[in-house]
Design a binder for this molecule. Sequence first.
Ligand SMILES: [Zn+2]
Length: 696
Amino acid sequence: MFISRVVLCSLMLTLPLAVLGQNAAPSATPKLEHFDPTLTDQTLSPCDDFYKYACNKWIKANPIPADQVYWTTGSGLELWNENVLRETLEASSANDPKRSAVQQKIGDYWAACMDESGIEAAGLKPLQPELDRIAALQSKQEITLEIAHLHHLFPGAWEQSDNQTNSPFFGFTGQQDYDDASKVVGQIDQGGLSLPSRDYYINSDEKSVETLKKFHTHLQKMFVLVGESEAQAAADASTVIELETAMAKAQMDNVKRRDPKNVNNKMSLAQIRELTPAIDWDAYLKAVKAPASEHYIVTAPDFFRAEQKLLAEHSLEQWKTYMRWQVIHRASPYLTKAMVDENFDFFAHTLAGQEQQLPRWRRCTRAADRDLGEALGQAYVDRAFPPESKARTTEMVHAIERAMNADIENVTWMTPATKAQAIVKLNGIEDKIGYPSHWRDYSSVKITRDSYLANMGQASAFEFERYVAKIDKPVDRTEWTMTPPTINAYYDPQLNTINFPAGILQPPFFEKGMDDSVNYGAIGMVIGHELTHGFDDQGRKFDAHGNLRDWWTAEDAKQYDERGKCISDEYTEEVPDAGAGVKQNGLLTQGEDTADNGGIHLSLFALEAALKQQGKSLDDKGPDGWTYRQRFFLSYAYSWCSNIRPEVARLIVTTDPHSLPVFRIDNVVSNMPEFAQAFGCKAGQKMVRANACRVW
Ligand SMILES: [Zn+2]
């Protein structure tokens, strides 16, 4: 998934690619999960722990497969989607001159990736030119051009997570200007690490120290695999950790990074030259073919001050070691079994608890979706997203937008002036449903059957250059940052769009054959969640045109912050399942938690209106003897039932702005009198919170 903006709020947790490079769903037959209220655990009370009540039986019946790090009711869909892609890839892979240009690309990409014996026979040969380039560097001045080269070479160089850019030294890309969203400017971001976030380098608890030790062992093994002696490899491992730790210390933390004001630092090229003179910025910008930018956004100036010091203080040899590691590490998933296995052992097994690798076909399907997603996505849409699905989900989006309109009109804590502005913003939101209006042109990407690593490098360079080329050009409003088969959704504050890929408009989130109560509980909540992001603690700072502009009166902003604080206090809590002493930071998850709470309210209002049109009410009995209100909440919980390995739970709590599923259900419903009404819960029971929070 390509995330190009600092504040882009999605639905699902998004584990770093480095961790999940090998991961996805199971290796069994694809099985779509369907809402089934007989799965409720009648030995428990819904008013005591609703998540357990709705999910306990499912959780017990669905242990995590060995090649997974978590398993949810959506995981069967993940495998189902991948199977559709696999069939398309296989059908295109025969070396037939009659293939279309798109079929040639996806088919040959697949063939090269699946050719394990060819990859084994080539050994480290595909990597050697990159190692030679680094070895040939003669001076620190030459590092700049090598950085530009590395930024083209690997997927992720243009990516940003909530923590950093996943890129050696730093990240560079084109993004909409915060103050004038009609312009695209150059953006320079912190990066440089290979572990998922700065916390992994600087936390001093026992578990973190132990993980860093294992990281050292992993580095050493990888250096040995490319031919170094044990002693040299151990020394090089220490050098890499020293440099990455220094960069980690200089990074802005993920809570501070959530406030767009903190990352909106405009600088001229002259100021950037002064900030980090050790990098030859003119040479870098020329090498990445960046159009001249009116100004640049430097997300974390302190990071670049520190990088200046590091580049000055450390020797060329040390930096060559760091670059060698970056190349080896990032290329390893595309090379020999020994490299793939060692990479898996640390990044997926040690960091995320995954026991086994996915079969080869699943890794290749995922890589093809990442690298040629809109070529492959066309076939997915044809197969899996019929016009009826598009029509019904579009109607649901409109219904939930009407519910948001009514909610804004009805809240008591906003003045008419701010309400009017909020309605302008709501009316300005563009809905994107299923797939893009026109497909990306990959004709310049050269894909052959010869080298998986080279194909990945081609696709990566294409994507990097595509983002950089946006600088100083008109904004393309039709772009998506997720591919059509993706099981996720997002709000983009700078385009002011909500986006729902076809991949999530499937069971158990959306099902053509189910009644409205089930669909509004699952996909309706997702739609409401994305819509609410336009008005969460980040989204509310952007206006209808995507500009970072304060449209709130001071009094209304204060009222908002009080409500937001209620949410962030509520979600700051111990998470024993993720390890002793692990605590969720409600300031990090505030936006997502606000979106969950708002999303379910909006969806319930929309369901109520839909039922009214059919002459029914929420408390009428629906199928199976449950009321529509009960089915709505049960479907909501069911769509989040999950088993998660403790290593991953810890990773999520530390780095991810989404709360764990249990909180995404129990905290939300305990804030809602509408839930208490559904199941007859009384004050004093756990799912009835004395100090209930409500923003939207
Ligand atoms: Zn979200």
